[in-house]
Ligand binder design. Structure first.
Ligand SMILES: C[S@@+](CC[C@H](N)C(=O)[O-])C[C@H]1O[C@@H](n2cnc3c(N)ncnc32)[C@H](O)[C@@H]1O
Length: 204
């Protein structure tokens, strides 16, 4: 008796055979350079600073856009309460499959879809508004119109008092997202390749 179901055991086997996160990320970049938008994942400095203002004790639903190979997903789960949920949405089916086998956590729901459909996705999963959304999307290279549509959809998907956390190296992201929110805080994180711009957008 191992204590694992057949599915869990199969996933553990597949996880062992899967490439490491860096190799998987680079492979994803080679296949979809515009959608991935970066050749290496975010640094620990970006992750810690981006997540620092989150009120974890009062977070029941956290949404992540563009989790990739789970660079932010794992630290979010480390901080998330046992009864909370993380919904991670990525357009790349290879990344979604990779996350499913490499992060066995019942609080994580992985959706192969687009952030632009966040409201429909949350409704289909039976959730109301989210406390936080965090984006690793390459806003500046997304197809025309998609960035503002994601910002509008996220503004509607967040509860009053919620926040949209956005990191990217291109400062133009602010112009794309800010029109959908009332307030924005900004920081610059040098310890990332390339150095990153961080924003916290809110409506309250
Ligand atoms: C720069 S990577 C971010 C990876 C990771 N979060 C990190 O911090 O290293 C961008 C990710 O966004 C995903 N993506 C691009 N467009 C998307 C969209 N419209 N909705 C959801 N995910 C998208 C890509 O597949 C990729 O996984």
């Amino acid at each position: 008796m191992t204590g694992f179901s057949a599915e869990q055991a199969a996933n553990r086997k597949r996880a062992k055979a899967a490439p490491g996160p860096m190799a998987m990320f680079f492979r994803g970049f080679l296949k979809h350079p515009v959608m991935v938008g970066s050749i290496i994942p975010s640094s620990k400095a970006v992750i810690n600073r981006m997540l620092a203002p989150v009120d974890w004790a009062n977070t029941k639903l956290f949404v992540e856009y563009g989790p990739g190979v789970g660079t932010f997903t794992r630290p979010i789960l480390e901080r998330l309460a046992p009864d909370a949920t993380l919904v991670a949405i990525d357009t790349n089916p290879d990344f979604c499959e990779y996350l499913k086998i490499s992060i066995p956590d019942s609080r994580l729901q992985i959706v192969n879809g687009s952030a632009v459909d966040v409201n429909e996705i949350l409704e289909q999963l039976g959730f109301g508004q989210a406390d936080y959304a965090c984006s690793g999307l390459p806003f500046s290279t997304l197809p025309p119109g998609i960035g503002p549509a994601i910002a509008d959809a996220t503004s509607a998907a967040l509860r009053p008092g919620g926040a949209f956390l956005v990191y990217q190296f291109n400062p133009k992201v602010r112009d794309i997202v800010a029109p959908s929110f009332k307030h924005v805080d900004h920081a610059f994180e040098f310890w990332n390749v390339p150095p990153a711009q961080l924003w916290w957008f809110r409506n309250d």
